[in-house]
Design a protein around this ligand. Structure first.
Ligand SMILES: Nc1ncnc2c1ncn2[C@@H]1O[C@H](COP(=O)(O)OP(=O)(O)O)[C@@H](O)[C@H]1O
Ligand SMILES: O=c1ccn([C@@H]2O[C@H](COP(=O)(O)OP(=O)(O)O)[C@@H](O)[C@H]2O)c(=O)[nH]1
Length: 211
């Protein structure tokens, strides 16, 4: 992996950032959005976990520690993984003339510097979808997910640290995008179907329609 400049034009893509606390339901709703809206789903956490176990990666140990501690991995690593994944996807599925590829970037940016760096060097986002969920609900969901996820960070102590990072470091990103008028905010406490109905309404109001 190298931090290269993107091998695609920002003109060819529509990027939606998908934010929300740990366990708010981003991965779950992403699957719905992929099916109905033709998004390519890129989870920053999944890309980091894959890089962590990739043979020969110089970042494996560092990523493992950051994730277990609920800290944000240095942005150069994450942005390179994302922009490479976007370029690979576009190379495999070239954009037909007159359309744009849609990318749903889940769990990123989680820190202001990441947001600025990505939008300056890769491409600006169109919409920021934000799942708003109380910690008590997220905690219950994560502890349940932890029974089967095999994730190092779905335990009570890591969850506490992730919540802290979310409040202190990631909410300022949401607030910043909110001031720029980019945020679609959805209450995430209902059933998966109820939340999805609101997500759909929110993004359609921003002119993103099924494909
Ligand atoms: N609306 C919902 N109601 C109940 N459980 C949910 C809901 N959305 C997601 N979940 C469950 O909560 C856990 C966390 O959801 P997930 O989509 O993995 O969240 P995130 O990607 O934001 O961390 C998963 O086990 C998922 O099945
Ligand atoms: O841009 C990112 C996205 C994720 N992470 C790390 O990956 C972990 C898990 O993120 P993911 O989105 O997979 O899960 P969530 O916490 O939203 O359930 C986070 O706590 C961070 O340590 C990171 O460092 N940078």
């Amino acid at each position: 992996m190298s931090a290269s400049t993107p091998r695609f034009s920002p003109e060819d893509v529509t990027v939606v950032f998908f934010l929300g606390g740990p366990g708010s339901g981003k991965g779950t709703q992403s699957a719905n959005l992929v099916k109905d809206y033709g998004f390519v789903h890129l989870s920053a956490g999944d890309l980091l976990r894959a890089e962590q176990v990739r043979e020969g990666s110089q970042y494996g140990d560092m990523i493992k520690t950051y994730i277990r501690e609920g800290k944000i991995v240095p942005m150069e690593v994450t942005v390179a993984l994302l922009s490479n994944a976007m370029a690979d996807s576009l190379a495999a599925n070239p954009v037909p003339a007159g359309t744009k590829a849609r990318f749903l970037i889940d769990g990123f940016p989680r820190k202001l510097d990441q947001a600025v760096f990505f939008e300056a060097t890769v491409c600006p986002s169109e919409v920021v979808l934000f799942l708003d969920c109380p910690e008590a609900v997220m905690e219950t969901r994560l502890l349940k997910r932890g029974e089967t996820s095999g994730r190092d960070d779905d335990n009570a102590e890591s969850i506490r640290k992730r919540f802290r990072t979310f409040v202190e470091t990631s909410m300022p990103v949401v607030d910043d995008f909110e001031q720029k008028g980019k945020v679609v905010k959805v209450q995430a406490t209902g059933s998966v179907e109820e939340v999805y109905a609101e997500v759909r309404a929110g993004i359609e109001a921003r002119n993103l329609h099924p494909r």
